[in-house]
Design a protein around this ligand. Structure first.
Ligand code: NAP
Ligand code: GDD
Length: 352
């Protein structure tokens, strides 16, 4: 039986990847942090996955080098998926030191533990990111596009990306960097833009929220569906040569388009008036008689530096291991909204 070890198993991607590997018959081990209250909603169901042994959890932390060393010695995994991170770009401006410690030094701690244990046959996936491209003028971005990282998060990830390449070259370690563009799902953290929009709309329909307060509406992202993307992590580790791969849909949409598409799905067309921080989105909610302001700008959600446009070209992944996205932008919006609407309706039922 193949053994996999996932850092960040409790996150969006970690939870889908754990499911995917369990389905493939892997023995799956995951690293979780100790928290004062339980936050394992995404992986709770995996403990008894289809009656099998299920996911095996280990306490640990990327800031604790000896913990990583002892765990890896015990588990001796065939594959390591390194996903753990403080993954919010905006928040990285507020917490640059801990973000850098977890992402940059955390990756180095993991690599050093693997090297010290001489796990030379272990394959390693490193969660790199499209944020490395920053405000490059090249579009779409591929594996050869120069990096222009513009946030503490992206700069820490750039270190992680580069140290993985360095250990690959220097010690012949089997490390793949997945340069993933934004990917979302009903399990996406609540303060990422897509999930914030779908949760807010679901709450508005239940009269539990009046407005959606947003930052920059005109940035463009290449949004895919997370379960499609975790498949690419596994697929690249099955190729012969460790390398870097861009994973993206190749289609960009603005935050504004995401908002419009999500509101349209619940039959509320949005019309925009005003400019800059005074711009407002108007629409008619089912329970109101006249159009109201449903979207407003709040500058607190702007970042000190914005990454304006990320659109990826994943031709290399398609040619090498046949990966392509299965879910369209519209389908993604629908999947996320339906799930959040269901969740809000259920909560309302319980509240009476
Ligand atoms: P996520 O939902 O934020 O999950 C991150 C996970 O890392 C969480 O389980 C978190 O644990 C864990 N973690 C944070 N600090 C840790 C520490 N010090 N020690 C151990 N674990 C720690 O992120 P995601 O969306 O699944 O993304 C997975 C990875 O891909 C991240 O590295 C992210 O930067 C990268 N990435 C994501 C995207 C995307 O669009 N989703 C795109 C490109 C790259 P808690 O649950 O305890 O907080
Ligand atoms: N979060 C958030 N909240 N973002 C907003 C808001 C808001 O209210 N209003 C506008 N935005 C804009 C952000 O400024 C950003 O340009 C865009 O929406 C997307 O923001 P996020 O959803 O927070 O994601 P991200 O693109 O910054 O980062 C995600 O994708 C990266 C890959 O490109 C994260 O998952 C990173 O971990 C990942 O590396």
């Amino acid at each position: 039986m193949r053994r996999a070890f996932i850092t960040g198993v409790n996150g969006q991607d970690g939870s889908y990847l754990a499911e995917y590997l369990l389905r493939k018959g892997y023995e799956v081990h995951g690293l979780i942090r100790r928290t004062s209250s339980f936050n394992r909603g995404r992986i709770e169901h995996l403990h008894t996955y289809e009656g099998d042994k299920g996911l095996i959890l280990h306490y640990g932390d990327l800031i604790d080098a000896s913990n990583l060393f002892h765990l890896l010695r015990k588990i001796d995994p065939h594959e390591i998926y390194h996903l753990a991170a403080q993954s919010h770009v905006g928040i990285s401006f507020e917490t640059p030191l801990s973000t850098t410690n977890i992402i940059a030094l955390g990756t180095l701690r993991l690599l050093e533990a693997i090297r010290s244990l001489d796990l030379s046959e272990t394959k390693i996936y490193n969660a790199s990111t499209s944020e490395l491209y920053g405000n490059t003028t090249q579009c779409p971005q591929n594996e050869d596009t120069p990096f222009m990282a513009t946030s503490p998060y992206a700069i820490a990830k750039l270190y992680g990306h580069k140290i993985c390449e360095n250990y690959r070259d220097a010690y012949e370690m089997k490390i793949w960097n997945g340069i993933f563009f934004n990917h979302e799902s009903p399990r996406r953290g609540e303060n990422f833009v897509t999930r914030k929009i779908t949760i807010s709309i679901a709450k508005m329909l239940q009269k539990k929220q009046d407005k959606l307060y947003m930052g920059n509406l005109d940035v463009i992202r290449d949004w895919g569906y997370a379960p499609d993307y975790v498949e690419a992590m596994w697929q690249m580790l099955q190729t012969d040569k460790p390398d870097n791969y861009v994973i993206a849909t190749g289609v960009g949409h603005s935050v504004r388009q995401f908002i419009e598409c999500a509101f349209e799905y619940v039959d509320i067309p949005i019309s925009w008036k005003g400019k800059g921080i005074n711009e407002k989105g108007y629409g008619l909610l089912r329970h109101s008689k006249q159009k109201k302001i449903l979207v407003e700008i709040n500058p607190r959600y702007n970042r000190p530096i914005e990454v304006n446009r990320l659109i990826g070209d994943s031709t290399k992944a398609r040619k090498t291991f046949g990966w392509r996205p299965k879910t369209t932008f519209k389908e993604l919006v629908k999947i996320m909204l339906e799930e959040d609407i269901k969740r809000e309706e259920t909560t309302c039922k319980f509240l009476g």
